[in-house]
Design a protein around this ligand. Structure first.
Ligand code: ATP
Length: 233
């Protein structure tokens, strides 16, 4: 059974339709990617999953139940965490304070401050530094750590590697694999195939608010050029 199923979803901004009949699933403990160019509808879909964009028609199934009308707050409490593209770090709070605030939200579970510092030793080194003094990579680690402290079943990650140096991206890939090995499902949004091909077992390609292709990573690799052409990557 899938942990999350978005079924035939339409989403609008005013009269403009941003998502057309979009269906995606994420299984328990799975890593799935959503790939598309700028403006394709990736963030819109993540926000629809999280209840931040209303679903005009279609369904959200979560954990075996119809959750179409469940609020963002309740979705968060039932185990969906969102790591937004702009990371939303509190600039004037220290790393440690940013993390401690996250521990008061969400569910109880195995993730705690100690385990987040184990996963990201760099954050421990910088625990007293203010949010606005962190590098892009450190901010991303902090945003992921904060998500983990809500003990999610599903982590939604909006372009986590954007603008990061290749070595930092490698570290983040390792961290995502470790998080997933602990049983957390990940929906990874990216603008290209580089990181998705390394991490995800299944891929969705989105363009202009439509899912143009979906399938296993091995099937994408077998016909990569043709499939990339479908969304003009
Ligand atoms: P990016 O890589 O830039 O984050 P994206 O794939 O996440 O792109 P979305 O941000 O989901 O794309 O945008 C999809 C479409 O919806 C675009 O045409 C965009 O202009 C439009 N859009 C996004 N947010 C809004 C909004 N708040 N109001 C109106 N239109 C919006």
């Amino acid at each position: 059974m899938s942990l999350l199923e978005m079924q035939n979803c339409d989403v609008f901004y005013g009269k403009a339709q941003a998502l057309h009949d979009v269906s995606i699933t994420v299984g328990e403990g799975e890593i799935v990617s959503l790939i598309g160019r700028n403006g394709a509808g990736k963030s819109t879909l993540l926000k629809a999953i999280m209840g931040l964009n209303p679903i005009a028609s279609g369904k959200r199934m979560y954990d075996g139940r119809d959750a179409t009308r469940v609020s963002t707050e309740m979705l968060g409490r039932s185990g969906i965490a969102f790591v937004p593209e702009d990371r939303r770090i509190f600039a004037t709070l220290s790393v440690d304070e940013n993390l401690r605030i996250a521990t008061v939200m969400g569910r109880k579970g195995a993730w705690n401050l100690e385990r987040v510092y184990e996963l990201f030793p760099r954050l421990k080194e910088r625990m007293t530094s203010r949010g606005d003094t962190l590098s892009g990579g450190e901010q991303q680690m902090l945003a992921v750590g904060r998500g983990l402290l809500t003990n999610p079943k599903l982590l939604l990650m909006d372009e986590p590697t954007e603008g990061l140096a290749p070595l930092v991206v490698e570290d983040l890939i390792k961290a995502m694999a470790l998080i997933n090995a602990e049983g957390v499902a990940i929906l990874l949004v990216e603008q290209n195939l580089k990181v998705p091909l390394k991490l995800a077992t299944r891929q969705y390609l989105i363009d202009n608010g439509h899912i143009r292709w979906s399938g296993k990573t091995e099937d994408l690799l077998a016909e990569r050029e043709k499939i990339e052409g479908l969304i003009s990557l």
